[in-house]
Design a protein around this ligand. Sequence first.
Ligand SMILES: [Zn+2]
Length: 262
Amino acid sequence: MILETGELFMNNKRLIPILTLIIFLGVLAGVFTHMKNNHNPDAHTSKSKSQVKNAITNSSHKTKITPELMVVNKKHPLTSDYNPYNGSTTDNNPSGSGLSPATNQAKTALIQAMQKAGFKISENVSGYRSYRYQTILYQNYVQQHGQAEADTFSARPGYSEHQSGLAFDLIGANGDLPTDDQMYQWLQNHAHNFGLIIRFPRGSNASTGYMGEEWHMRYVGKANATKMHQQHIATLEEFTGLPGGDYNQDSKQDIPAISEID
Ligand SMILES: [Zn+2]
């Protein structure tokens, strides 16, 4: 005890500058906190501001969501019985049955124009796919590739745009999915004239949830497709302002695709 008191006494000279420093730091901290509270009112309100911003984004889309702009993606599923244009539930409707009449007409006109332009494209497509048929496809892919990889190129049942009746895959004359660059370029320049878009452009998977699929066409109507083309808006998610990308961790957070239609 004596030693400790003696030490304290002996170091008194050193203690004074240390205490001064502590007091100085205390005052500095006080001033800083004061400044923060006075000059950064966002510390209290930024959350409510961003909540308001989100509410605005959610309630007023960039574009009115008409039925032809319905977004079916990994966050916007369809119910298992959704089949508004009565497609076959046991195959991929190669003739175009199960597509909306406007989508079917656009499909036929596009294929004719592509054939005229020299592309070897089949008249058959992979069109409407029912929930039941998508289940079989997806399960096969998961068995072959594992779920993580399958999710990058095949939709889980209920989340496939093929079930909407507004989308179809072009098929090459050889039966394969066509992937050549020239065709991709041609579609980028001409698809809008038919009211169609490349639904999953290359390099847009953060927005769409899928890697590039230049064969997968989506009908949005001529006015919308032309607007997207002119304004260089690559994806339906960006055009509508609706969220896309990967699946929700909890499917309870999903919003039914149909309920987003204004
Ligand atoms: Zn497709």
